[in-house]
Design a protein around this ligand. Structure first.
Ligand code: ADP
Length: 382
Protein backbone atom coordinates (compact mmCIF):
# COMPACT_ATOMS: atom_id res chain seq x y z
CA UNK A 1 0.00 0.00 0.00
CA UNK A 2 1.35 3.46 -0.84
CA UNK A 3 1.41 5.84 2.05
CA UNK A 4 -0.54 8.91 0.91
CA UNK A 5 -1.49 10.52 4.19
CA UNK A 6 0.22 13.44 5.86
CA UNK A 7 -0.36 14.43 9.46
CA UNK A 8 -0.21 18.22 9.75
CA UNK A 9 0.59 19.54 13.22
CA UNK A 10 0.27 23.18 14.20
CA UNK A 11 1.56 23.46 17.76
CA UNK A 12 0.74 27.03 18.74
CA UNK A 13 1.54 28.81 21.97
CA UNK A 14 -1.72 27.71 23.62
CA UNK A 15 -3.21 25.10 21.28
CA UNK A 16 -2.28 22.15 19.10
CA UNK A 17 -4.28 21.74 15.90
CA UNK A 18 -4.00 18.59 13.82
CA UNK A 19 -5.32 17.29 10.51
CA UNK A 20 -4.71 14.25 8.43
CA UNK A 21 -4.67 15.14 4.76
CA UNK A 22 -4.92 12.33 2.21
CA UNK A 23 -2.87 13.44 -0.78
CA UNK A 24 -4.59 10.87 -3.00
CA UNK A 25 -7.79 12.93 -3.03
CA UNK A 26 -7.24 15.95 -0.76
CA UNK A 27 -9.69 14.59 1.84
CA UNK A 28 -9.32 15.14 5.60
CA UNK A 29 -10.10 11.83 7.30
CA UNK A 30 -9.27 13.23 10.75
CA UNK A 31 -8.93 16.64 12.36
CA UNK A 32 -9.14 18.25 15.75
CA UNK A 33 -7.44 20.40 18.31
CA UNK A 34 -6.36 20.55 21.91
CA UNK A 35 -6.89 24.03 23.32
CA UNK A 36 -6.13 26.10 26.41
CA UNK A 37 -2.71 24.54 27.03
CA UNK A 38 -1.36 25.71 30.37
CA UNK A 39 -4.72 27.24 31.26
CA UNK A 40 -7.37 26.05 33.66
CA UNK A 41 -9.34 23.12 32.28
CA UNK A 42 -6.83 22.56 29.45
CA UNK A 43 -3.83 20.30 29.01
CA UNK A 44 -1.04 21.02 31.50
CA UNK A 45 1.67 21.53 28.89
CA UNK A 46 2.58 20.80 25.28
CA UNK A 47 3.87 17.31 25.99
CA UNK A 48 0.52 16.38 27.57
CA UNK A 49 -1.35 18.07 24.72
CA UNK A 50 0.56 16.08 22.10
CA UNK A 51 -0.10 12.83 23.96
CA UNK A 52 -3.77 13.73 23.77
CA UNK A 53 -3.49 14.38 20.03
CA UNK A 54 -1.92 10.92 19.66
CA UNK A 55 -4.76 9.36 21.68
CA UNK A 56 -7.42 11.28 19.71
CA UNK A 57 -5.91 10.12 16.43
CA UNK A 58 -5.72 6.51 17.62
CA UNK A 59 -9.35 6.68 18.77
CA UNK A 60 -10.35 7.85 15.27
CA UNK A 61 -8.40 4.92 13.79
CA UNK A 62 -5.46 7.03 12.59
CA UNK A 63 -2.76 6.21 15.11
CA UNK A 64 0.78 7.40 14.51
CA UNK A 65 1.73 3.78 13.86
CA UNK A 66 -0.43 3.73 10.71
CA UNK A 67 1.50 2.49 7.65
CA UNK A 68 -0.56 4.88 5.53
CA UNK A 69 1.24 7.89 7.01
CA UNK A 70 3.88 9.20 4.60
CA UNK A 71 5.08 12.12 6.68
CA UNK A 72 4.30 14.66 9.36
CA UNK A 73 4.28 18.31 8.33
CA UNK A 74 4.87 20.83 11.08
CA UNK A 75 4.08 24.50 10.98
CA UNK A 76 7.18 26.17 12.41
CA UNK A 77 6.79 29.86 13.06
CA UNK A 78 10.30 31.23 12.77
CA UNK A 79 12.85 30.02 10.24
CA UNK A 80 15.17 33.02 10.54
CA UNK A 81 17.32 33.64 7.46
CA UNK A 82 18.40 30.02 7.20
CA UNK A 83 15.15 28.19 6.43
CA UNK A 84 13.60 29.43 3.22
CA UNK A 85 12.21 26.07 2.04
CA UNK A 86 10.33 23.17 3.60
CA UNK A 87 13.01 21.18 5.40
CA UNK A 88 13.35 17.53 6.39
CA UNK A 89 13.92 17.41 10.16
CA UNK A 90 17.29 16.08 11.29
CA UNK A 91 19.19 16.51 14.58
CA UNK A 92 21.03 19.42 13.03
CA UNK A 93 17.80 21.07 11.86
CA UNK A 94 16.32 20.69 15.36
CA UNK A 95 19.35 22.45 16.81
CA UNK A 96 19.00 25.26 14.27
CA UNK A 97 15.28 25.74 15.06
CA UNK A 98 16.20 25.77 18.75
CA UNK A 99 18.75 28.51 18.04
CA UNK A 100 15.91 30.66 16.67
CA UNK A 101 13.93 30.53 19.94
CA UNK A 102 15.03 34.05 21.00
CA UNK A 103 13.29 35.38 17.87
CA UNK A 104 10.03 33.49 18.59
CA UNK A 105 10.04 32.68 22.31
CA UNK A 106 6.41 31.57 22.48
CA UNK A 107 6.11 29.72 19.21
CA UNK A 108 9.29 27.89 18.29
CA UNK A 109 9.49 25.94 21.61
CA UNK A 110 5.91 24.74 21.08
CA UNK A 111 6.77 23.70 17.50
CA UNK A 112 9.85 21.85 18.74
CA UNK A 113 7.85 19.95 21.35
CA UNK A 114 5.58 18.71 18.57
CA UNK A 115 8.49 17.52 16.44
CA UNK A 116 10.19 15.77 19.37
CA UNK A 117 6.99 14.08 20.50
CA UNK A 118 6.46 12.53 17.08
CA UNK A 119 10.12 11.53 16.85
CA UNK A 120 9.83 9.62 20.08
CA UNK A 121 6.77 7.70 18.94
CA UNK A 122 7.72 7.12 15.29
CA UNK A 123 11.47 7.72 14.81
CA UNK A 124 11.29 6.29 11.28
CA UNK A 125 8.57 8.67 10.06
CA UNK A 126 9.88 11.59 7.96
CA UNK A 127 9.05 14.95 9.49
CA UNK A 128 9.05 18.15 7.52
CA UNK A 129 9.23 21.65 8.98
CA UNK A 130 7.30 24.25 6.98
CA UNK A 131 8.21 27.76 8.07
CA UNK A 132 5.82 30.68 8.44
CA UNK A 133 8.61 33.04 7.43
CA UNK A 134 9.76 31.15 4.30
CA UNK A 135 7.52 32.78 1.69
CA UNK A 136 8.86 36.19 2.74
CA UNK A 137 12.51 35.24 2.24
CA UNK A 138 12.37 36.93 -1.18
CA UNK A 139 11.80 40.42 0.22
CA UNK A 140 14.36 42.83 -1.22
CA UNK A 141 16.72 44.38 1.31
CA UNK A 142 15.04 47.78 0.89
CA UNK A 143 11.87 46.15 2.25
CA UNK A 144 13.30 43.91 4.94
CA UNK A 145 15.97 46.15 6.50
CA UNK A 146 14.92 48.51 9.28
CA UNK A 147 16.45 51.98 9.18
CA UNK A 148 18.54 51.54 12.32
CA UNK A 149 22.28 51.20 12.86
CA UNK A 150 23.44 48.35 10.62
CA UNK A 151 25.89 46.79 13.05
CA UNK A 152 23.37 46.65 15.86
CA UNK A 153 20.73 45.23 13.55
CA UNK A 154 23.05 42.58 12.14
CA UNK A 155 24.50 41.57 15.52
CA UNK A 156 20.99 40.84 16.82
CA UNK A 157 19.43 39.48 13.59
CA UNK A 158 17.00 42.39 13.57
CA UNK A 159 15.13 42.66 10.26
CA UNK A 160 11.68 42.08 8.85
CA UNK A 161 10.97 38.35 8.53
CA UNK A 162 7.21 38.32 8.02
CA UNK A 163 4.77 35.57 9.09
CA UNK A 164 1.61 33.78 7.84
CA UNK A 165 3.81 32.95 4.83
CA UNK A 166 2.13 29.60 4.17
CA UNK A 167 -1.21 31.36 3.91
CA UNK A 168 0.10 34.21 1.74
CA UNK A 169 1.70 31.65 -0.59
CA UNK A 170 -1.44 29.52 -0.83
CA UNK A 171 -3.82 32.44 -1.27
CA UNK A 172 -1.74 34.34 -3.83
CA UNK A 173 -1.46 31.18 -5.98
CA UNK A 174 -5.16 30.40 -5.59
CA UNK A 175 -5.95 33.98 -6.66
CA UNK A 176 -3.96 33.47 -9.86
CA UNK A 177 -5.90 30.25 -10.53
CA UNK A 178 -9.18 32.08 -9.92
CA UNK A 179 -8.15 34.59 -12.59
CA UNK A 180 -7.20 31.73 -14.94
CA UNK A 181 -3.55 32.77 -14.92
CA UNK A 182 -0.19 31.49 -13.82
CA UNK A 183 1.11 32.97 -10.52
CA UNK A 184 4.08 34.38 -12.45
CA UNK A 185 1.68 36.61 -14.41
CA UNK A 186 -0.16 38.33 -11.57
CA UNK A 187 0.51 40.93 -8.88
CA UNK A 188 -1.59 40.39 -5.77
CA UNK A 189 -2.14 42.19 -2.49
CA UNK A 190 -3.12 39.54 0.08
CA UNK A 191 -4.93 40.63 3.24
CA UNK A 192 -4.82 37.78 5.79
CA UNK A 193 -7.26 38.95 8.46
CA UNK A 194 -7.63 36.41 11.25
CA UNK A 195 -7.04 36.97 14.93
CA UNK A 196 -3.51 37.79 13.82
CA UNK A 197 -3.50 39.85 10.63
CA UNK A 198 -0.97 40.65 7.94
CA UNK A 199 -0.76 42.05 4.43
CA UNK A 200 1.63 41.09 1.68
CA UNK A 201 2.56 42.35 -1.77
CA UNK A 202 3.23 39.50 -4.20
CA UNK A 203 4.70 40.27 -7.62
CA UNK A 204 4.53 37.44 -10.14
CA UNK A 205 4.38 34.82 -7.37
CA UNK A 206 7.28 36.37 -5.45
CA UNK A 207 6.65 38.13 -2.15
CA UNK A 208 8.17 41.64 -2.21
CA UNK A 209 6.76 43.17 0.99
CA UNK A 210 4.82 42.15 4.06
CA UNK A 211 3.46 43.93 7.11
CA UNK A 212 4.70 41.75 9.95
CA UNK A 213 8.30 42.29 10.97
CA UNK A 214 10.88 40.86 13.35
CA UNK A 215 7.89 39.43 15.20
CA UNK A 216 4.17 39.16 14.37
CA UNK A 217 3.50 42.40 16.28
CA UNK A 218 4.07 44.86 13.44
CA UNK A 219 1.63 46.03 10.80
CA UNK A 220 -2.15 45.80 10.79
CA UNK A 221 -4.44 46.26 13.79
CA UNK A 222 -5.15 42.71 15.02
CA UNK A 223 -7.46 41.00 17.50
CA UNK A 224 -5.20 41.68 20.47
CA UNK A 225 -2.03 43.21 18.93
CA UNK A 226 -1.42 46.88 18.27
CA UNK A 227 0.35 46.54 14.95
CA UNK A 228 2.32 49.64 13.86
CA UNK A 229 3.11 52.06 16.66
CA UNK A 230 5.70 54.76 17.32
CA UNK A 231 8.56 52.79 18.95
CA UNK A 232 8.97 55.69 21.39
CA UNK A 233 5.67 54.65 22.98
CA UNK A 234 7.48 51.59 24.35
CA UNK A 235 10.23 53.74 25.82
CA UNK A 236 7.71 56.14 27.29
CA UNK A 237 5.76 53.31 28.93
CA UNK A 238 8.96 52.01 30.52
CA UNK A 239 10.45 55.34 31.57
CA UNK A 240 7.37 57.33 32.52
CA UNK A 241 4.74 54.71 33.33
CA UNK A 242 7.21 52.40 35.08
CA UNK A 243 6.23 49.31 33.11
CA UNK A 244 8.67 46.41 32.73
CA UNK A 245 9.58 45.04 29.27
CA UNK A 246 7.37 42.01 29.95
CA UNK A 247 4.45 44.25 30.86
CA UNK A 248 4.89 46.26 27.66
CA UNK A 249 5.11 43.01 25.72
CA UNK A 250 1.86 41.77 27.24
CA UNK A 251 0.15 45.12 26.65
CA UNK A 252 1.05 45.27 22.96
CA UNK A 253 0.58 41.57 22.13
CA UNK A 254 -2.37 40.57 24.29
CA UNK A 255 -4.24 43.65 25.49
CA UNK A 256 -4.17 45.89 22.43
CA UNK A 257 -5.71 45.82 18.96
CA UNK A 258 -9.49 45.47 18.80
CA UNK A 259 -9.59 44.03 22.32
CA UNK A 260 -7.69 46.95 23.81
CA UNK A 261 -9.78 49.48 21.92
CA UNK A 262 -13.25 48.17 22.72
CA UNK A 263 -13.01 45.10 24.96
CA UNK A 264 -13.86 42.61 22.19
CA UNK A 265 -11.52 40.99 19.69
CA UNK A 266 -14.14 39.05 17.73
CA UNK A 267 -15.30 40.96 14.66
CA UNK A 268 -18.75 39.31 14.91
CA UNK A 269 -19.30 40.78 18.35
CA UNK A 270 -17.95 44.15 17.23
CA UNK A 271 -20.43 44.09 14.32
CA UNK A 272 -23.31 43.37 16.71
CA UNK A 273 -22.27 46.22 19.00
CA UNK A 274 -21.90 48.63 16.07
CA UNK A 275 -25.43 47.81 14.98
CA UNK A 276 -26.58 48.92 18.43
CA UNK A 277 -24.73 52.21 18.06
CA UNK A 278 -21.84 51.31 20.40
CA UNK A 279 -19.23 54.07 19.91
CA UNK A 280 -16.19 52.20 21.22
CA UNK A 281 -16.88 49.27 18.90
CA UNK A 282 -17.40 51.66 15.97
CA UNK A 283 -14.10 53.43 16.68
CA UNK A 284 -12.23 50.11 16.97
CA UNK A 285 -13.65 49.11 13.58
CA UNK A 286 -12.72 52.47 12.06
CA UNK A 287 -9.12 52.27 13.32
CA UNK A 288 -8.82 48.69 12.04
CA UNK A 289 -10.11 49.70 8.61
CA UNK A 290 -8.03 52.90 8.41
CA UNK A 291 -4.82 50.87 8.88
CA UNK A 292 -5.92 48.32 6.32
CA UNK A 293 -6.59 51.04 3.72
CA UNK A 294 -3.15 52.51 4.30
CA UNK A 295 -1.53 49.16 3.52
CA UNK A 296 -3.60 48.69 0.38
CA UNK A 297 -2.41 52.10 -0.81
CA UNK A 298 1.19 51.42 0.17
CA UNK A 299 1.32 48.02 -1.54
CA UNK A 300 -0.33 49.45 -4.65
CA UNK A 301 2.61 51.85 -4.80
CA UNK A 302 5.11 49.05 -4.12
CA UNK A 303 3.68 46.84 -6.87
CA UNK A 304 2.97 49.53 -9.45
CA UNK A 305 0.43 47.31 -11.20
CA UNK A 306 -2.08 45.42 -9.09
CA UNK A 307 -4.15 42.61 -10.62
CA UNK A 308 -5.99 41.52 -7.49
CA UNK A 309 -6.67 42.33 -3.87
CA UNK A 310 -7.55 39.17 -1.97
CA UNK A 311 -9.14 38.77 1.45
CA UNK A 312 -8.59 35.65 3.53
CA UNK A 313 -8.80 34.16 7.09
CA UNK A 314 -11.64 34.51 9.63
CA UNK A 315 -12.40 38.20 9.19
CA UNK A 316 -11.38 38.44 5.53
CA UNK A 317 -13.48 35.44 4.50
CA UNK A 318 -16.54 36.35 6.53
CA UNK A 319 -16.86 40.07 7.12
CA UNK A 320 -18.46 41.81 4.16
CA UNK A 321 -18.46 45.01 6.25
CA UNK A 322 -14.68 44.99 6.67
CA UNK A 323 -14.12 44.24 2.98
CA UNK A 324 -16.49 47.00 1.90
CA UNK A 325 -15.01 49.59 4.25
CA UNK A 326 -11.42 48.59 3.44
CA UNK A 327 -11.81 49.28 -0.30
CA UNK A 328 -14.55 51.93 -0.41
CA UNK A 329 -13.84 54.91 -2.69
CA UNK A 330 -10.75 53.37 -4.31
CA UNK A 331 -12.05 53.79 -7.86
CA UNK A 332 -9.03 55.96 -8.67
CA UNK A 333 -6.81 52.97 -7.90
CA UNK A 334 -8.99 50.84 -10.18
CA UNK A 335 -10.51 48.96 -7.24
CA UNK A 336 -14.30 48.60 -7.21
CA UNK A 337 -16.22 46.16 -5.02
CA UNK A 338 -19.64 44.90 -6.11
CA UNK A 339 -22.00 45.29 -3.15
CA UNK A 340 -24.18 42.32 -4.08
CA UNK A 341 -21.32 39.90 -4.72
CA UNK A 342 -19.60 41.07 -1.55
CA UNK A 343 -22.69 40.33 0.53
CA UNK A 344 -23.02 36.73 -0.70
CA UNK A 345 -21.67 34.28 1.86
CA UNK A 346 -19.77 31.27 0.63
CA UNK A 347 -16.96 28.88 1.30
CA UNK A 348 -15.46 28.80 -2.19
CA UNK A 349 -12.87 31.14 -3.70
CA UNK A 350 -14.81 33.90 -5.43
CA UNK A 351 -14.61 37.32 -7.05
CA UNK A 352 -16.42 40.23 -5.42
CA UNK A 353 -15.23 43.03 -7.72
CA UNK A 354 -17.63 45.04 -9.84
CA UNK A 355 -17.81 44.41 -13.57
CA UNK A 356 -15.29 46.72 -15.12
CA UNK A 357 -13.13 47.00 -11.99
CA UNK A 358 -9.55 47.15 -13.32
CA UNK A 359 -8.33 45.30 -10.21
CA UNK A 360 -10.01 42.02 -9.30
CA UNK A 361 -11.16 41.76 -5.70
CA UNK A 362 -11.31 38.21 -4.37
CA UNK A 363 -12.21 36.20 -1.29
CA UNK A 364 -10.10 33.06 -1.03
CA UNK A 365 -10.45 30.73 1.97
CA UNK A 366 -6.97 29.96 3.22
CA UNK A 367 -5.92 26.34 3.73
CA UNK A 368 -2.58 26.28 5.50
CA UNK A 369 -2.96 22.59 6.34
CA UNK A 370 -3.30 21.60 2.69
CA UNK A 371 -0.33 23.75 1.72
CA UNK A 372 1.81 22.25 4.52
CA UNK A 373 0.71 18.71 3.57
CA UNK A 374 1.56 19.33 -0.09
CA UNK A 375 4.97 20.73 0.73
CA UNK A 376 5.78 17.90 3.14
CA UNK A 377 4.52 15.23 0.76
CA UNK A 378 6.41 16.49 -2.25
CA UNK A 379 9.60 16.66 -0.19
CA UNK A 380 9.36 13.04 0.99
CA UNK A 381 8.19 11.57 -2.31
CA UNK A 382 10.75 13.35 -4.51
P1 ADP B 1 -6.61 32.56 13.77
O1 ADP B 1 -6.34 31.37 12.90
O2 ADP B 1 -5.68 33.71 13.59
O3 ADP B 1 -6.90 32.24 15.20
P2 ADP B 1 -9.02 32.89 12.17
O4 ADP B 1 -8.47 33.08 10.81
O5 ADP B 1 -9.78 31.66 12.47
O6 ADP B 1 -7.96 33.20 13.28
O7 ADP B 1 -9.97 34.16 12.46
C1 ADP B 1 -10.60 34.29 13.70
C2 ADP B 1 -11.38 35.60 13.70
O8 ADP B 1 -12.25 35.65 12.58
C3 ADP B 1 -12.33 35.73 14.89
O9 ADP B 1 -11.65 36.30 15.98
C4 ADP B 1 -13.39 36.66 14.35
O10 ADP B 1 -13.02 38.00 14.63
C5 ADP B 1 -13.36 36.48 12.87
N1 ADP B 1 -14.58 35.86 12.35
C6 ADP B 1 -14.91 34.57 12.29
N2 ADP B 1 -16.13 34.39 11.74
C7 ADP B 1 -16.58 35.64 11.44
C8 ADP B 1 -17.79 36.15 10.87
N3 ADP B 1 -18.77 35.35 10.48
N4 ADP B 1 -17.88 37.50 10.72
C9 ADP B 1 -16.90 38.31 11.09
N5 ADP B 1 -15.75 37.90 11.65
C10 ADP B 1 -15.59 36.57 11.82
Amino acid sequence: MTATRVLVLNSGSSSVKYQIVDMADGSRPAAGQVERIGEEGGAADHVTALKQVGDDLAAQGFGLDSPELAAVGHRVVHGGTRFTEPTLVTDEVLTAIEALVPLAPLHNPANLTGIRAVRELRPDLPQVAVFDTAFHATLPEAAYRYAIDRDTADAHHIRRYGFHGTSHAFVSRATARLLGKDPSEVNVIVLHLGNGASASAVRGGVCVDTSMGLTPLEGLVMGTRSGDIDPAVLLHLQRSAGMTPDEVDALLNRKSGLLGLCGDNDMREIGRRMAEGDEAAQLAFDIYVHRLRKYVGAYTAVLGRVDAVTFTAGVGENSAAVREAALRGMGLLGIEVDAVRNAVRGSAARLISAKGSRVAVAVVPTDEELQIAQEAYSLVTL
